[in-house]
Design a protein around this ligand. Structure first.
Ligand code: SAH
Length: 215
């Protein structure tokens, strides 16, 4: 997702330190805005925020955090959060690879990877959010009984992730080769992301994995 630079992004982010953490400038070891008594769900590469805003409105008893590397994209998500008056949702402007520095004292119940950049070239494998190094980090920050969900339209990224995840040792709980059909057939909950909406409108199939942590 590329968006034009938003000149208002800095001001908006800086004026809401209660909603956004800027991990580019300081390491975070204290996520003191998070309610400790609630389950914690985190999306890495949260884009313009539609998924997490939808989830946060639907599940007020869960705390949500979106981690996004592009400041202008994160600022768009923040703007929508303010407009919708969502209170159980926070944002971190950071590379997802900093996740073990961020969640030091706080373990995560659910990680979401939605339409992550597929990085199709072999030489970029290390950038894929399902590369083994990232999986090790997810394991470090997930609770023992935590879950990870992946949705994508990209078959090659899906196949790569399936192999990477099973080779690493996470156990697969659910696989869908046509998630939207399964949602309709089985009356499942699904909050669409921006990319999911765009791709499914074009008739593209959506793949989905649900993975459980191991001890
Ligand atoms: N999840 C959204 C956006 C998908 S596009 C949706 O489904 O619509 C992928 C997003 O991940 C982009 O916004 C990109 O800036 C972000 N991203 C890519 N690599 C990242 C990383 N290492 N850490 C955090 N965000 C990342």
């Amino acid at each position: 997702m590329r968006v034009r630079n938003k000149p208002w992004a800095d001001d908006l982010i800086n004026s809401h330190p209660d909603l956004v953490i800027n991990n580019k400038e300081k390491q975070i070891h204290d996520l003191n805005f998070i309610r400790q008594d609630k389950p914690l769900h985190v999306e890495i590469g949260s884009g313009k925020g539609d998924f997490l805003i939808g989830m946060a409105l639907k599940h007020p008893d869960i705390e949500f955090i979106g981690i996004e590397i592009q400041k202008s994209v994160l600022a768009i998500a923040l703007k929508k959060t303010l407009q919708q008056k969502v209170t159980n949702l926070h944002w971190i402007w950071s590379d997802g690879s900093a996740i073990t520095d961020i969640f030091v004292n706080q373990k995560i119940d659910f990680i979401y990877l939605n339409f992550s950049d597929p990085w199709p070239k072999k030489r970029h494998e290390k950038r894929r959010l399902t590369y083994i190094k990232f999986l090790q980090e997810y394991k470090n920050v997930l609770k023992d009984d935590g879950y990870l969900q992946l949705k994508t339209d990209n078959r090659h990224f899906f196949e790569y992730s399936l192999l990477s995840i099973t080779n690493f040792g996470f156990s697969l709980k659910e696989i869908s080769l046509d998630w939207h059909k399964d949602v309709i057939d089985n009356d499942l909950e699904n909050i669409e992301t921006e990319y999911e909406h765009k791709f499914s409108q074009r008739g593209q199939v959506i793949y989905r994995l649900l993975i459980k942590n191991f001890k």
